[in-house]
Each structure stands twice: as C-alpha cells, then as structure tokens.
Design a protein around this ligand. Structure first.
Ligand code: PLP
Length: 369
C-alpha cells in the first residue's frame, strides 16, 4: 500500500498459541459470515491532549471495560467494513480502503469523536493482515472481512463527547453473507419504522443506527420477507436503503437503453463505497446512470409497465444481491419475475473479478498488501 510512514509504531505481541494449520484449514473451509476470527487484533488508544498512543498487535481476545464506560451508556461507537482479497498469484489486496478511512472520520465527526489519522487506519490493517495472512481464504467469493471500530472509553456518566477512545481492528474470514448464495431476496417496505431522519445519524456508520433497525427487520421477517427497505422519515415515500445495503434500480427503455438509478444521498443514506463503485463500473459498461430520488409508487408502476426490469442491493459484506419480491401494507409484486437479472449479475461479476484480480483494475482501486 503506498502510504506515508505511519505516525505511530505498532508494538507486536503475537500469541504464543496460534490456531494450528489443520484446524485453521477446517475453519476456512466453511467460514460462514462473521462467526470466526483470526489469531490477532490491533488496538490503539486515544486521550484528549495526548493524542493516539499505545498502538499494538496482540492476541485476539476479550477487552476489559469499566462498567461506567461511556460508549455502553451513550453509544459513541462507529465502525467500518472492508475486505482483503486473495489474488491469483497468492498475494493479498485491499479495495478502496482509503475511502473507508475517510468515511470512518466522517462518522467520527458526526458522533463528536476523535479523528483517526488515515495512515494509522491503513497501517493498522497492514499490521494485522501481515500477521494473520494465513487466515485469508482463497476459494471463489471468499475473503477476509475487516472490522475496524472505535468507541468512547471514559469511565464517566456525564453526557458529553468522551475524552478517551479505543480503536480496535478485528478480522473474520468469510464466505457468502447470505448463506443461500445469489438468490433474489424478498423485501418489506417499512412504513412503521424509519432508519434515519434529516439531521440524524443516517450518514454515519454507527452502532446506534443498527440497534434502531432490528425491530423493523424482525417485522419484515414476520411478513415473510428477508430484508427491510427503509423509506424517508418524512413522507414514507422515497426509497433509501435495504437493511445495511444501498439500492439500485435497472430501467430498460423500448430502444434497449439501460439506465441504472440509485437513490440520491440526501443525508439520511449511508454513502456506500460499493454504491459509488457501481456508478463508475456501470458507465464503463456503457450503461446510463442517474442519481435521484425514487418513490415506492415509481417502483411499483415501473415494474408493472415493464420499464423497471431489475432491482438489487449492494454493499461490501453481501456484494450485490438481487431483489425478487417487494411487499408492503398495500400489496406485493415481483421484480424480474423473482429471478436474478442480467445487468445485476453482470455488474456483480465485473466487480468481483476486479476485487479478486481476475479483471484489470483500470481505476487504481486495488492496493497490494
Ligand atoms: C456499510 C453500509 C452500507 C454499504 O456500504 P459499503 O461501503 O458499500 O460497504 C450501506 N448501508 C448501510 C446502512 C451501511 O452500514
């Protein structure tokens, strides 16, 4: 990775008892998503006035916390999600990781938390992945999922931005996010709950947004749907996101022109790096793109009159997931006859090929580790 020298040196304290090669191979054979972790983690501490200090690599394990730790009471916690991809020559690469570093700091700013220098974020990844390189799986569509996160550690019950923070990086070998593979999901249009409101934290990748989403996800499951689709908080009409993923809609005109529409970033959507990547890749494929608001009425009507031919969700964890069925309090309809659409699958393959080193990286998105 071409980064300037790190502002801090990491103290390396590797475990004396790493998981054995055979056991690790068995775990990597069927990793699932987010349930197994590598041998190590990285931690860095921050204190107001002192800055970042005590950067270290240490054995993966429990963190001891004071019961008054302010993140446990007032929720100053942010995180990121990115992947390390095994390349055809056996090497390892990251995809647009500097974008995750920047977004981490935008999330930190929204939650009044300390800024983490981008080089420290990237160096923490280099340190952990160098140590735990043997944990990066190589089967198709597998990767090492990285979870950087930061939370307030002041042992203080007063309500104010904390003065102390802990940054942690852990890593988890992963297969497919949705265990059923690339199978279209059904979605519930949520009008009882909202994810984010104007002026709120919708743009920040923070724990609180997810805590608030779980009851709506449970309601979607009750209605027989795999995922919840969030609508705007004011009119319950404008489509925002699906669970923890951004959305795309594929329109095919009578003359064969294909246009991809993705909801505009209004401040209540999470600005996904996958979303941004697909705007570029769609243009590379000669498809038109539009960034604008799109309503649930338009979704239903455009599917009914045949103009909208596909819809899909995108994000780092689950890559690209087709949407097959849409349900709401008003009824139900199928998109692309409930199948995986052609444009959806073409974009999915192209992005995965770039990430896994099977297609040329013409945009300089990949960073060798
Ligand atoms: C992380 C996330 C996304 C997707 O972002 P990527 O950078 O593409 O992984 C979308 N929506 C929410 C709510 C998220 O937390």
């Amino acid at each position: 990775m071409s980064t300037p020298p790190p502002s801090l040196t990491f103290d390396l304290r590797p475990t004396a008892a790493p998981v054995g090669a055979d056991e690790r191979a068995a775990l990597l054979d069927n990793p699932g998503f987010g349930r197994i972790f590598t041998d190590h983690m990285v931690t860095v501490r921050y204190a107001e006035g002192k800055g970042w200090y005590d950067a270290r690599l240490e054995p993966y394990g429990p963190i001891s916390l004071d019961p008054a730790t302010s993140a446990l009471h007032y929720g100053q916690e942010i995180f990121e999600g990115l992947k390390v991809y095994r390349q055809p020559d056996g090497g390892l690469a990251l995809f647009r990781a500097e974008q995750n570093a920047k977004r981490f700091n935008r999330s930190a700013a929204r939650l009044a938390m300390a800024q983490l220098p981008e080089d420290l974020f990237l160096e923490s990844i280099r340190v952990l992945v160098t140590q735990d390189a043997g944990w990066v799986p190589s089967a198709p569509e597998t990767s090492l999922y990285l979870r950087p996160f930061m939370f307030a550690t002041d042992p203080f019950l007063g309500v104010r931005p904390a003065l102390e923070y802990l940054y942690v990086l852990i890593a988890s070998p992963v297969g497919a996010y949705f265990p059923q593979g690339v199978k279209p999901v059904s979605v519930w249009l949520s009008t009882d709950y909202t994810r984010a409101a104007p002026g709120g934290t919708g743009e920040a990748k923070c724990a609180g947004n997810y805590a608030a989403s779980l009851v709506a996800q449970a309601q979607a499951a009750d209605r027989g749907c795999d995922q919840v689709v969030w609508l705007d908080a004011v009119e319950h009409r404008w489509i925002e996101e699906m669970g923890g993923m951004n959305l795309y809609f594929v329109f095919t005109e009578a003359d064969g022109t294909t246009t991809l529409v993705t909801p505009e970033l209004t401040g209540t959507l999470l600005p996904g790096i996958t979303r941004d990547t697909l705007l570029t890749l769609a243009a590379d494929l000669g498809l038109r793109t539009e960034v604008r608001r799109i309503s649930t009425d338009e979704w239903r009507d455009a599917v009914a009159d045949g103009r909208m031919t596909e819809a899909f969700a995108c994000g780092t964890a689950a890559v690209i997931t087709p949407i097959g069925h849409v349900k709401s309090a008003d009824g139900e309809f199928a998109v692309a006859d409930g199948q995986s659409g052609e444009v959806t699958m073409r974009l999915r393959e192209l992005m995965l090929d770039i990430q896994h080193g099977h297609a040329e990286d013409t945009h300089g998105w990949m960073h060798r580790l």
